[in-house]
Ligand binder design. Sequence first.
Ligand code: GTP
Ligand code: MG
Length: 560
Amino acid sequence: MEHELPAEALPHPPSVVEDGATDDWSKEDDDPMAEDHPQPSAAVTDLVDPHLEDTKADIQSGLQSLQLETGVKDKKAITDENAEGLDDKEENKKRHFNVVFIGHVDAGKSTAGGQILLLSGQVDDRTIQKYEKEAKDKSRESWYMAYIMDTNEEERVKGITVEVGRAHFETENTRFTILDAPGHKSYVPNMISGASQADVGVLVISARKGEFETGYEKGGQTREHVQLAKTLGVSKLVVVVNKMDDPTVKWSKERFHEIESKMVPFLKSSGYNVKKDVQFLPISALFGANMKTRMEKSICDWWSGPCLFEVLDSIEVPPRDPNGPVRMPIIDKYKDMGTVVMGKIESGSISEGDNLLVMPNKASVKVLSIICDENKVRRAGPGENVRVKLAGVEEEDILAGFVLSSVDSLGHRTQCFFSDTSDDDKLFILAAKPIGAVSEFNAQLQILELLDNAIFTAGYKAVLHIHSIVEECEVVELLEEIDTKKKKDADPRKKKAKRKPLFVKNGAVVVCRIQVTNLICIESFSDFAQLGRFTLRTEGKTVAVGKVVALPPAGSPAFA
Ligand code: GTP
Ligand code: MG
């Protein structure tokens, strides 16, 4: 298990990704306007508590110190490859998902992650006993299970996750990478980085009296995480109602249903189709109940549904195209007898010996080796979290947020240019293009909650989180406010010419132009959802979510 680099600690900001899931970042299916014009909701506008203090300075210093440690852990992981064995895991034909554990602080995410590793036989009794002793010495007895995921000293002393913990486990049909996100509001950027790599989210909610309420109220991270997860492309959610063993809960059916009935409208307003994409189940992460095996009747007699492993094993996410153009946003990099980059392959496949480009600096590189789940592989497909060793580029010349991309490969796809343009052909044509680098783009934004007295107008500055990019940005022009109440079948002849708005308010959906200082590599949402959806944050709060709707013409960083 290793830890991921915290987004805000990156040297040149860039940081968030996702998956080309076919669903939209915006709204639920039964809302006909949803696809392009997300409806603001009361729940959404409740997202942020304006009274909460911004602790950015603290976080940044905390994250920077962790960054050093992350580098060490990463190096160890890759040099351990001999010990782990150089097995070629290409034979492992199981499907692979990234699952992010999200939810309010102390809900039990790390405990659930640790319990999963214990139940899947990856932690021995001696280690657990050691953790029990260590937790006791730190007066945090019940935290021993979380220590499996929370591996650094600061996390153990404070009893909170800071960095995204990463681990692997398998069910019958699926290999999972667990990404254990921090719940504390100070570390939302790290949560964004974790969720952006995930296909599936496990939303952990504490059923303990008062804890569900705190997580769910204004400013609680249950709300913010759900909203962000949807925006970042987490298409399926398993909502685990945890701590059901707690003396204030005692496996109460009423408590479970109370939480479910309060969560459902909120999940809907956040864009999830609750019937298709969400599943609720009661668990006790601390005791491992209803996790690997079904609930014992002696513990809880009213739950006859599936257990967590079963639910995870049966989840379907939209298939990805292994033959698409290569797009791998770089989350981290380091030196190890060459330059190693880490990230999730969002599109296409990477094979040993491939010639690729690191963008935006257009460095031509060759793939020397690929590590997937600590195993050396010859080829890795879309959705895999990998480390790729590259020749042809110095580590210093790569920054987090850069993208490993296919090279211009017109040659072997030329015949497609002459045939009818089917969807397949479009993909081939895309495959011929490396990702572009831009300093501006047009976006459709949904304003969630502006800070006190702020108005959203040209000149608005925020931090842009898009795939692994974290970058200061400025809204330079508002182009159009979208009327979310407009009837779909309104007579187009009566359509008035649209005037550019001067400002918009909370809840508005607006098309605007956004500029950044450094060149960034992004895609339009319609081509690559995962590289085209983003969040805007100001002073530690999520103020808007959006998608890229237009990019400058190919080869040019800005619109004319
Ligand atoms: P952050 O990473 O800081 O957001 O917290 P977390 O969601 O990872 O919570 P963590 O796993 O660290 O657990 C917080 C506390 O809740 C610890 O004291 C756990 O022992 C306790 N806890 C977690 N799961 C359960 C459970 O199923 N039952 C009971 N009774 N306590 C639990
Ligand atoms: Mg945790």
